[in-house]
Design a protein around this ligand. Structure first.
Ligand code: ATP
Length: 332
């Protein structure tokens, strides 16, 4: 939702020079008092805004602030994140997004939090969600396709996050099939897709994304994931604006989702996905509860299954459901 605040913020961010109060009023159709009020609010939130009489206002620094206005001021999407909820602290953004869906929120509604107290991963695992340094976001969808297509959305999101990270940080972001985004062989992002189905009809799907963004050092991660987890700041050395990265995730997701919906499979995205697939043509171990086995990963098929070639030449189509894949030498 664009508001006076997000519009003023966008105008200031996109102007290298001072913008006068008069220009803001004319461009946005708001009163002088409204401008003055918003500028004061922004200063209180931590934005550094210079005010010089007769010249106007200039945004000289915006720290890594997460708020609805900050994110809305950057959005370029048609539907992804156009309805937005932000919480300083919440249990789980997936649970919040499901609640929004039940209360009638539109397709694309997005919930963002600065901290989660009960972040979750697949199969009841935990997602470590410390405050202030990471992105916790969930997009809610109300799709018009059969429930058996929904598992592919996890791959659509993994590709979108990897593209967003690469674009924002310049890092090489890879994907460990199906849903982990990895930088330098460590996990920076986890994705959890959940859906609500009634009589074979999808009521809603929520796709939760956790991205370790500005965690400063490996010691900030709990002991049990220190070997496999990392953050964008640790890998790039640079502090990253979470709002800027969220905007890129929503932008890429909207584009990739629309492509997915046009064929209801991954045929239009497979090539891009396989380019980011870390295990492509490498040996992997498939941790299938019915029996583990090894083979060479040969990319995904148009349903998002991983094709694994066994020693005898047979190709197994691995369905993500209950299975984890590991590189033979470790996590990737
Ligand atoms: P895999 O395929 O590697 O077995 P998964 O895809 O099933 O993992 P997820 O559900 O995506 O796993 O994430 C949960 C797991 O991620 C946890 O069990 C933990 O090992 C790891 N983890 C938890 N929090 C974080 C974090 N903040 N950063 C990186 N890894 C984490």
């Amino acid at each position: 939702m664009k508001t006076d605040k997000s519009n003023i913020l966008a105008l200031l961010r996109n102007s290298a020079d001072f913008v006068s109060g008069q220009q803001i009023c004319e461009k946005l159709g708001v009163s002088r008092t409204a401008v003055w009020k918003v500028i004061n609010q922004l200063k209180e939130e931590g934005y550094q805004i210079e005010s010089v009489s007769r010249r106007g206002y200039r945004l000289s620094a915006s720290p890594d602030i997460l708020s609805s206005s900050e994110i809305a001021s950057r959005l370029t999407t048609k539907w992804a994140g156009q309805k937005l909820y932000y919480f300083d602290e919440t249990g789980s953004t997936n649970i919040d997004a499901k609640k929004c869906a039940e209360e009638g929120a539109p397709h694309g509604t997005t919930v963002i939090a600065n901290m989660q107290t009960a972040g979750r991963g697949r199969r009841g695992r935990m997602w470590q969600s410390p405050p202030g340094s990471a992105i916790y976001m969930t997009i809610m969808l109300k799709p018009d396709f059969a429930p058996d297509k929904a598992s592919m959305l996890t791959l659509v999101m993994a590709l979108s996050v990897a593209d967003a990270i690469a674009e924002t940080t310049g890092l090489q972001a890879g994907i460990k099939w199906p849903n982990d985004v990895v930088v330098n062989a460590k996990k920076v992002c986890g994705i959890l897709t959940e859906m609500n189905v009634e009589s074979d009809y999808i009521q809603h799907v929520v796709i939760g994304v956790g991205i370790n963004t500005n965690n400063g050092s490996p010691e900030e991660f709990p002991e049990e994931i220190r070997q496999t987890a990392t953050s964008l700041k640790i890998e790039s050395g640079a502090h990253i604006s979470r709002a800027a990265l969220i905007e890129r995730v929503l932008f890429h997701f909207e584009k990739n989702y629309d492509m997915f919906v046009s064929t209801l499979d991954l045929s239009g995205l497979m090539e891009a996905y396989d380019k980011r697939l870390l295990n492509l043509d490498a040996e992997v171990r498939v941790l299938d509860p019915k029996g583990e086995y090894s083979g060479i990963a040969r990319g995904i098929n148009s349903s998002g299954e991983l094709l694994v070639e066994k020693d005898n030449g047979d190709i197994v189509q691995v369905y993500a459901g209950e299975v984890s894949v590991r590189g033979v030498y470790g996590y990737v």
